[in-house]
Design a protein around this ligand. Sequence first.
Ligand code: FES
Length: 103
Amino acid sequence: MAEFKKVARTDDIPVGKVRGFEIGPDRIVICNTGQGFYAMIDECSHESLPLSKGRLKGNVLTCPHHGARFDVTTGEVTHPPAIVEIDTYEVKIENGELFVKID
Ligand code: FES
């Protein structure tokens, strides 16, 4: 059953930054757009490489490997070569701590 797990403090992830985390067997990437924090699986849908070294501009995360872009608020592809959206996770903030809902 999915439950919220603590990942980081919100001030560990400045505005415009992307950070990768391991939660048990899962690798996730957290993006701080300035409008909110968003969590996705840390795996590009193009060639399954990590996204956590990618560049964030607004809501769009660019994969560092071949340049695919994803809307971090939805996981949707906004630029090829990826064509399949990425799974996202629900995020909640409590007392400056960031939690992600994950199995
Ligand atoms: S692995 Fe991300 S664009 Fe190729």
